[in-house]
Write a protein of this length. Structure first.
Length: 460
């Protein structure tokens, strides 16, 4: 029979507070035993090693020994109490020491959140939309045209500038008759009609000639991202340093050679493009189906998530975005912790709830990862690299990457299992629509107060 006394308080739906009391005898006995162990090796001034009286050793070391003994008892008995009460903390308990005086019972509290009890509902009697898409010849034509535009080269011309021309310009911006460095730049490239600059800027350069100086009186939009400039009139003085026109590459053997095709013909090129588009479409449709399954799983299994886990996930997402900022800013990011937690709360809550449900589903379905499927996933990703064999080897020797593949396959297995009970409703979408939707889902760039990397964005 344990001498430990435990009381449990429910401080919220998932919050628990344990109050644990231990008899003073347990503590005092251990303190005495630990001090006795010090006698043979105690080195105290005025005494030969190991010859100091127990009373002296006790007065010298008792405080530190008592602290260590109390810490040991708290850890040991907290673990024992959690096991005895069948409690599973979601995060590390917060421990407060209430009483520790010699000769008195040791008393402390442990506050924590428990994992929610989940009675998993499957997707029975639910409908999941499954997107399907086919690649048309028109889709291939548009993709090839986009690839050609990506390989556009520009040729110098001696004529007035027109839409789609690329100009090299230098400009100065005056606001309230004062030159504004952030609204000025030298030797900047601008493609007319690209709408990268504020309204009227690119339009004002149509018809410009080489070496010409142009003045434009414009107004920054009311919703301009730089609040100090929003709605204000600005006078730009612009010098045209260069005018070039776009030239699309011909679909010839020289162009095809750049793509490493064994057969350098238009037919082979179209087949390669189609194959890539089909692979991309399959991946997008697969991701959309997985997302639909996850969303439905959360819908039919409303659970409360421990706030501690949500906070941890918020910090992870925050750090992930800060790392992205750092990479984009080329080391100019001054104060990294500038992103408010509120930006990530919704996503973090979704992630935590989904993780809890998937963990329960994995346990309920007793799924195990198939090594052959892991290998297939590795080979599929390695195929995207210039040297697939080297990439594959690097995966094998990277524990984090292998863990990623295992998680990926487990998610696939869970999706497949959950879909067994659901009704699939096929939804046909065009390739162009599918790619546009995918592009819209890309994470937006979020500017922190200290994110001062150069966008030339004061006039864009």
């Amino acid at each position: 029979m344990s001498d430990m006394q435990i009381s449990i308080e429910n401080i919220s739906t998932l919050g628990r507070k344990l109050t644990i009391t231990l008899p003073s005898e347990n503590i005092e006995n251990d303190v005495t035993q630990e001090i006795k162990k010090l006698v043979p090796k105690a080195n105290i001034k005025g005494f030969r090693p190991g010859k100091a009286p127990l009373k002296i050793i006790k007065s010298t070391y008792e405080s530190s020994v008592r602290f260590d003994v109390i810490d040991k008892h708290m850890r040991k008995n907290l673990s024992k109490a959690l096991e005895q009460e069948k409690l599973h903390p979601a995060t590390l308990p917060e421990v407060d020491l209430l009483q520790m005086a010699p000769g008195e019972p040791l008393k402390f509290t442990a506050s924590f959140e428990i994992l929610p009890e989940i009675k998993l509902k499957t997707l029975e009697n639910t409908t999941i939309n499954k997107t399907i898409s086919e690649i048309t010849e028109k889709d291939i034509d548009k993709t090839i045209e986009a690839i050609r535009k990506q390989h556009t080269h520009y040729k110098k011309v001696e004529r007035p500038a027109k839409i789609n021309d690329k100009l090299t310009i230098s400009f100065t911006g005056l606001i309230d008759n004062q030159a504004v460095p952030s609204a000025s730049a030298k030797s900047v490239d601008i493609v007319l009609g690209s709408h990268q600059f504020i309204p009227g800027f690119e339009e004002g350069l149509v018809g410009a000639t080489l070496g010409q100086e142009i003045k434009l009186n414009l107004t920054f939009p009311q919703d301009y991202h730089h609040k100090d400039f929003a709605g204000k009139p600005v006078e730009f003085t612009i010098e045209v340093n260069d005018i070039t026109e776009p030239k699309l590459p011909k679909l010839d053997e020289k162009f095809f050679e750049a793509f490493g095709l064994a057969e350098k013909t238009l037919e082979a090129f179209r087949n390669e493009i189609k194959s890539n588009m089909e692979r991309e479409t399959a991946q997008v449709c697969k991701r959309e189906l997985k997302q639909a399954v996850f969303d439905k799983l959360l819908e039919v299994n409303p659970i409360e998530a421990p706030q501690g886990l949500i906070n941890n996930e918020c910090e992870r997402l925050q750090q992930e975005m800060l790392n992205s900022f750092k990479a984009r800013s080329n080391g100019k990011l001054k104060s990294p912790m500038t992103l408010p937690k509120e930006l990530f709360t919704k996503r973090a809550t979704y992630h935590v709830k989904l993780s809890l449900l998937l963990a329960e589903a994995q346990k309920q379905f007793q799924l195990k990862v198939d090594n052959q499927r892991i290998r297939a996933a590795m080979e599929e990703e390695a195929a995207l690299y210039v040297e697939p064999d080297i990439a594959l080897k690097s995966f094998e020797f990277n524990p984090e990457k292998m863990k990623y593949f295992e998680s990926l396959i487990m998610e696939e297995l869970l999706v497949e299992k959950l879909l067994e009970a659901a009704q699939l409703l096929e939804k046909r979408e065009s390739y162009q629509y599918l790619m546009k939707q995918e592009s819209n889902k890309e994470e937006e760039h979020v500017h922190g107060p200290d994110c001062d990397h150069d966008h030339h964005d004061e006039v864009k």
